[in-house]
Design a protein around this ligand. Structure first.
Ligand SMILES: O=C(O)CCC(=O)C(=O)O
Ligand SMILES: [Fe+2]
Length: 763
């Protein structure tokens, strides 16, 4: 019965809607926010009855953002900035104060004291952006039928005892003095309501004005309770659209479209986020991946490659924990494309066990390299740094930029892998105070930037974090924290606004501390994710029991493992057809699998094991095998002996299998191999291997060193095919059927040592 009733009432409601539908439709907010503004602002004649005032002492990043937002609507021409580059007399900006603002305005508006035609806006600047144009602002102002409109918020501040005195209005009823507008004459009256000390609170001043009923009514002062013009974010962030998909910001709760947004109170980061989209910064609903409009703006950018003298740069490399693929990190830094004469390098290494490697690499690039022309290179090794905290080290390094007079400073942590060589100039191009390129752990959402921070300054997920980290939105993003690769413009370094150290954070949170200091100093940090420049490694689970521990990183840092240990031509072969593979003998396929570095590392790994690990092998009776018997024994080391079996199986599955499927069509490697080993032929030991079949479905045989250089003779001879393969390049692999058709032998070497890596696959 109950159900029936509700169905009935629903159908009556439907009929009502239908009846209403004959009336002309009013355009919905959802439709309006999608509309392109029709006006060409450049054609708009100058309005000499309109003025915008702001107060800013420092021409900083947020002030520039404010100006750009005005410029978008051709309103920058109305702006008068008071107090710029002058000492701030309003006391600490963090605490109440700002009577100074009132007094600056009072002086500026004196010429307009009786002017009831000119409309004057006042807004803060560091935490304000304009998101719509002047005609709309003026229309909305006129719709109030007031002489003066002040923005409203839901927080009462600073004098909460005044609560009862506020008149109840539609929407929010408390006053916020960051945004207001009205006729010049009225404004002047308000400013002269009473004398105010520079250090007195300006919000309280305006509150007293507003709560004076007689004065309020006489001067027709109202609050904008529903964000018709002004929207204060404090306590009202979620009233605005969060999808950022519209051309306009709307206040969905109030059904309005504010033109000016104020990140008051603790909403600076929210404002930064809105500022990443509006006005005309990024439109996510334009095209498949959105459109970065600000990326197209050329003003203020620097094309370093076109400059007569390249900016002087300092790159600083920080190794503060044991680092996998450290050599790649250092080599890729030195490999960046930049004029060496204009490039200083510093390396701060705190890791004792990697000190020799660091020194070796620097010797290779600098000390032993007659061609190098670096402006200067210095290494600070663990002994010199042992008493210093991270914050001290990072601050000291940044200080070097001041000493050297550098134009750009780059702080790079060893956790990063750079795969591109234009990273330095690509970052400088944007000409930002602080900027990084997005680096992410492959396949993870862990990255080198944060989209939001909580009140303690630690990670908080931003509503658009995933879109950015997955590069579904690619552009230039003002974010509350950047890390691991941080480019800082020299003038910003010299301004002294930035530092890592601070009381608030522990030393291990040096990057959190840096970001908090930057935010407090009004220095914007940008992340750009237009290009892939590299990624982040995982530093945990980095073993130290071996000589070349990177070999064991294939599960943890797969991308780096491939970059370092898979042959650079491997991917090219993966694209080939079966008949395009070299076949030095019938059904013996040949392809590049492993890098020279792998080959060198695996030989060196085995040879640096104390004693001789190869000794004792080469017998038919082999205790290392389950059956205890090897049919055709070689002098070798099994991967099980060095705990490398699982790692090698992964190589087989990830890299060998796809090639196997191409060349032995119709068969798919099952992923098994019990016998994978490095063979050592030596002129004074085992020199050859007698004819045999392998215990495998197919065998891979990889050359680890070079014929005619490291050894003479040798080679794999396929007896039935009467075919000898020798002089195989390092890392190249022979792949042949194992147990039926390819009876073969290892030819005798006549000199030196020959190493090969053999794997019996799917035994
Ligand atoms: O020396 C060669 O290339 C052949 C090695 C071999 O056949 C084996 O180890 O099973
Ligand atoms: Fe064999």
């Amino acid at each position: 019965m109950l159900l029936l009733l509700s169905v009935l009432s629903l159908s009556t409601a439907l009929i009502e809607v239908e009846n209403n539908a004959v009336e002309p439709e009013e355009e919905t907010l959802a439709a309006i926010v999608e509309r392109e503004p029709a006006i060409n602002y450049n054609d708009e004649p100058f309005d000499d009855k309109f003025l915008i005032f702001t107060v800013a002492s420092d021409d900083n990043d947020p002030y520039q953002r404010y100006r750009r937002s005005l410029r978008i609507f051709n309103m920058e021409r109305y702006l008068k900035t008071l107090g710029l580059n002058e000492a701030w007399l309003g006391g600490n900006m963090e605490s109440p104060g700002g009577g100074y603002k009132v007094n600056l305005l009072k002086a500026a508006l004196a010429p307009y004291k009786d002017d009831m035609e000119t409309i004057v806006m006042f807004t803060d600047s560091y935490d304000v952006i304009f998101v719509a144009d002047k005609p709309e602002i003026l229309d909305n102002f006129k719709s109030f039928d007031a002489n003066f409109v002040i923005s409203a918020e839901s927080w009462l501040w600073p004098d909460t005892s005044l609560e009862d005195k506020y008149p109840v209005i539609e929407g929010k009823k408390y006053l916020c003095s960051g945004l207001m507008m009205g006729y010049a004459g009225t404004f002047y009256n308000i400013l002269n309501y009473k004398v105010i000390d520079n250090r007195f609170d300006d919000q309280l001043f305006y509150t007293h004005v507003y709560l004076d009923k007689e004065f309020r009514e006489a001067n027709k002062i109202v609050l904008d309770g529903t964000s018709k013009i002004f929207h204060n974010l404090h306590g009202a962030v979620r009233e605005l659209d969060y999808g950022f998909g519209n051309k306009r910001i709307a206040n969905w709760e109030m059904g309005t479209m504010p033109q000016v947004i104020h990140g008051n109170g603790p909403t600076k980061i929210d404002l930064n986020r809105f500022g990443n989209y509006y006005p005309r910064v990024f439109n996510p609903s334009d095209g498949a991946n959105g459109l970065c409009m600000i990326c197209e703006e050329k003003e203020g950018r620097v094309n370093v490659t076109e400059m007569e003298t390249a900016p002087l740069i300092l790159t600083t490399l920080f190794i503060t924990e044991r680092t996998p693929f450290l050599d790649y990190f250092i080599n890729q830094t030195f490999a960046q494309e930049y004029p060496q004469e204009r490039w200083h390098l510093r390396i701060y290494n705190r890791v004792f066990s990697q000190a020799d490697l660091v020194q070796e690499l620097v010797n290779y690039h600098v000390t032993n390299n007659a061609k190098q022309k670096y402006a200067s290179v210095k290494i600070y090794q663990p002994k010199a740094l042992s008493l210093k905290s991270r914050m001290e080290i990072y601050d000291e390094a940044m200080g070097e930029c001041v000493t050297l007079g550098c134009d750009w400073y780059f702080a790079m942590d060893s956790v990063i892998t750079l795969t591109e060589k234009t990273v330095l100039t690509d970052l400088m191009y944007w000409n930002k105070s602080v900027i990084t390129t997005q680096l992410t752990q492959p396949g993870q959402y862990w990255s080198n930037f944060w989209g939001d921070v909580n009140k303690d300054g630690f990670y908080k997920r931003a509503p658009d974090y995933f879109e950015l980290v997955k590069r579904e939105r690619q552009g230039l993003w003002n974010v509350p924290l950047v890390n691991n690769l941080v480019a800082i413009r020299g003038d910003v370094v010299r301004s002294g606004k930035l530092r890592y150290s601070g009381e608030k954070y522990e030393d291990s949170n040096y990057e959190v501390s840096f970001a908090a200091n930057a935010r407090a100093a009004n220095v914007f940090m940008y992340m750009v994710n237009l290009k892939y420049h590299g990624h982040l490694k995982r530093m945990e689970n980095y073993t130290d029991v071996n000589t070349h521990n990177d070999l064991w990183q294939i599960f943890i840092n797969q991308v780096d493992w491939k970059l370092n240990y898979i042959h650079p031509s491997f991917d090219k072969y993966l694209q080939k057809k079966r008949y395009q593979f070299p076949q030095p003998c019938p059904d013996v396929f040949h392809f590049p699998l492993l890098s020279k570095k792998f080959s060198w590392h695996i030989i060196h790994e085995l040879e640096s094991i104390p004693g001789d690990v190869f000794a004792g092998s080469g017998q038919n009776n082999d205790a290392r095998l389950a059956g205890g018997y090897e049919n055709v024994p070689t002098v070798d080391v099994h991967f099980t002996q060095i705990n490398f079996q699982q790692e090698w199986l992964k190589v087989l599955r990830d890299y060998v299998k796809p090639i196997q499927r191409l060349v032995f069509e119709g068969y798919a490697f099952h992923g098994n191999a019990y016998l994978s080993f490095v063979v050592k032929y030596h002129e004074a030991g085992q020199r050859k291997l007698v004819p045999h079949h392998d215990h495998s479905t197919f065998t891979t045989n990889t050359a680890l060193n070079r014929q005619n250089i490291d050894y003479e003779g040798g080679g794999s001879y396929f007896i039935r095919q009467k075919c000898l393969v020798r002089d195989v390049d390092i890392g190249w692999t022979l792949m042949h059927p194992g147990r039926l058709t390819h009876y073969h032998e290892g030819k005798e070497i006549t000199k030196g040592t020959r190493y090969i890596l053999v794997s019996f696959n799917d035994p």
